[in-house]
Design a protein around this ligand. Structure first.
Ligand code: ATP
Ligand code: MG
Length: 433
C-alpha cells in the first residue's frame, strides 16, 4: 500500500501531477508467499474434486443482470444492495458475478448437460464481486470455491455435497469446524412457514431495520438472515421452520442426517439458518470455524426450472477462500511457503556469464529450478543473492573453471563444498534434487 510520504514522492516524480491510483477498496493484490498458499489450496481443491468425480466449470465473469436478479432473488441483500451492475454499449444490463450458482445453472441448461449421465458434478474457483461494507473477511472482490451437483433429489446427494466440504476442511487441518444444518422444506412447506413468520414478525415490526420492514411481507425469510442486531433479537424468538415441514420433507431431512452420521460427519441442527440466497429448498447448511462462516450451501430444486431448464434436483455450496485463509492464518500463523531454488549458477567474467545462462536453461528444461546472474553483479553480491533466494546449491563459473573443466559445488544448506567436473554439473544436480 502507498503511504502518504510514498505518494508525495511519487507525485514529485511525476512533475507535480497529482496521480493517486491505489487499489480499489475491498480488493487485494496477491503475491509472494500468499500467492503460493493460494496455489497450494487450488491444487488441493483440484485433487479433491478429482477424487469426488467433480469436473471444473469456468463461466464468464459477467452475465445478464436478469440471471442474478431472478436466480438469486429480488429481495436478497445481494440483489438489492451488493451487485456491480453496468450497461454496455448495446444498452444491455450486465452484472459481475456475485455468486457462482446462477451462472453454473445457466451453463448446465445451455449445454444440455442433463443429457449426460446424472448427476452432473461441477466445481469452480472464481473471483466473486459484491459491493459490501468492507471489513476483515468481507471484501468487494473475493473468491469462492464452489461445488454444484445436478440431477438428483435424493438426500444422498446432499450428503455427498456436504462431504466434499468436510473432507476439504479436514484435509487442510482447519480446527473447530462446526457444520450447522437446517431444512427449509419444499415450496409448500416454505409458504406455510412464511405465513407463520409474517404473523410473528408483524407483532415486532418496531425493532426491525428499514430494509426488513419493507421486505418482510414479500420475503420474511430474509429477516432471519439479516445482520442488523435489532432483527437478530427479534428472530431469536421466531418459530422453527422444522415445525412446518410436511412428512416428505421431514423424511428427506432425517435421511440426510442418517447418512451424515454414518459418514462420521458431525453436525448440529440450527433452525435459524436460511442462507442469503432465495433459491434454497430443503437442506441448507453452513460451516463455521472460530465464529467465521467459511462455507454456505444447500439444495435448490427449483432453480434450474426457473432459469428455463427441465425440473432438476440440485445441491451445492460456496466456500469463501479469503475467509478460509484468514482461519488458517489465525490457527497456524502466516504462510511461510517459499519457492526454493535448487541451484544458483553464478558467474565471473564474460565467458562464465554466457555459459551460466545456458546451463541454467538446461536445468530448467528438465524441471529443476535454477537461477543465474542476469544483472551482472559482483561475485560477492551474487552469493548474497543466492542466499536470499534460498538456493540449495551454488557454483561460480569463471575462466579457470571452464579451462580446467572443474568446479566447486557448494551446499548452501549444509555449508559443505566439493569439487566436481563442470560438464557433469547437470547430471550431479539432477541426481540430488
Ligand atoms: P455472509 O453471511 O457472511 O454475508 P453470505 O450468506 O453472503 O455470507 P454466501 O453467499 O453463502 O455468503 O457465500 C458463501 C461464502 O462466501 C460465505 O460463507 C463466505 O465465506 C464467503 N463470502 C461471502 N461474501 C463475502 C465477502 N464479501 N468477502 C469475502 N468472502 C465472502
Ligand atoms: Mg453476505
Amino acid at each position: 500500500m502507498w503511504t502518504a510520504s510514498a505518494n508525495k514522492k511519487r507525485n514529485n516524480y511525476l512533475g507535480g501531477i497529482i496521480l493517486n491510483i491505489q487499489l480499489v477498496k475491498g480488493t487485494k493484490d496477491l503475491y509472494g508467499s500468499e500467492v503460493l498458499l493460494w496455489q497450494q489450496l487450488e491444487k488441493n481443491i483440484r485433487k479433491l474434486c478429482a477424487t469426488f468425480g467433480i469436473g471444473e466449470m469456468r463461466t464468464p465473469m459477467f452475465e445478464f443482470t436478469e440471471l442474478f436478479a431472478r436466480g438469486v432473488g429480488e429481495t436478497t441483500d445481494i440483489v438489492q444492495k451488493e451487485m456491480y451492475t453496468f450497461t454496455d454499449d448495446g444498452n444491455r444490463s450486465l452484472t459481475l458475478r456475485p455468486e457462482g450458482t446462477a451462472g453454473t445453472v445457466r451453463a448446465y441448461i445451455e449445454h444440455g448437460m442433463h443429457n449426460q449421465p446424472q448427476p452432473t458434478k461441477l466445481y469452480y474457483i472464481s473471483p466473486t464481486f459484491r459491493c459490501e461494507n468492507t471489513q476483515a473477511g468481507r471484501q468487494r472482490q473475493f473468491h469462492q470455491f464452489g461445488v454444484e451437483m445436478f440431477g438428483s433429489y435424493s438426500p444422498a446427494q446432499d450428503a455427498e455435497a456436504i462431504s466434499v466440504a468436510t473432507t476439504f476442511l479436514e484435509q487442510l487441518g482447519v480446527k473447530n469446524v462446526e457444520l450447522r444444518i437446517n431444512s427449509l422444506g419444499c415450496t409448500e412447506c416454505r409458504n406455510r412457514y412464511n405465513e407463520k413468520l409474517k404473523q410473528f414478525i408483524s407483532s415486532h415490526l418496531d425493532s426491525l431495520c428499514d430494509t426488513c420492514k419493507q421486505r418482510y411481507l414479500k420475503n420474511p425469510l430474509r429477516v432471519l438472515d439479516c445482520k442488523e442486531q435489532g432483527c437478530q433479537n427479534v428472530i431469536a424468538q421466531a418459530p422453527s421452520v422444522l415445525e412446518c415441514l410436511d412428512e416428505e420433507c421431514t423424511a428427506h431431512f432425517e435421511k440426510v442426517q442418517a447418512i451424515l452420521k454414518e459418514m462420521g460427519i458431525a453436525f448440529t441442527i440450527d433452525t435459524k439458518i436460511v442462507r442469503g440466497l432465495d433459491y434454497y429448498t430443503r437442506t441448507v447448511f453452513e460451516f463455521v470455524s472460530d465464529g467465521l462462516t467459511v462455507c454456505g450451501g444447500g439444495r435448490y430444486d427449483k432453480l434450474v426450472e426457473e432459469c428455463g431448464g427441465k425440473p432438476t434436483g440440485a445441491v451445492g455450496f460456496g466456500m469463501g477462500m479469503e475467509r478460509l485463509i484468514m482461519i488458517l492464518q489465525k490457527q497456524y500463523g502466516e504462510s511461510e511457503l517459499k519457492n526454493d531454488t535448487a541451484i544458483y549458477i553464478g558467474a565471473m567474467g564474460e565467458k562464465g556469464l554466457i555459459q551460466s545462462q545456458a546451463l541454467t536453461l538446461q536445468l530448467r528444461k528438465q524441471g529443476i529450478h535454477a537461477e543465474c546472474d542476469t544483472v551482472e553483479r559482483s561475485v560477492k553480491a551474487q552469493m548474497k543473492y543466492a542466499n536470499k533466494i534460498n538456493a540449495h546449491y551454488s557454483v561460480i563459473i569463471g575462466n579457470t573453471e571452464i579451462e580446467q573443466n572443474q568446479i566447486e559445488l557448494k551446499n548452501m544448506k549444509e555449508g559443505t563444498k566439493e569439487n566436481i567436473v563442470l560438464s557433469d554439473l547437470i547430471d550431479v544436480i539432477k541426481q540430488r534434487v
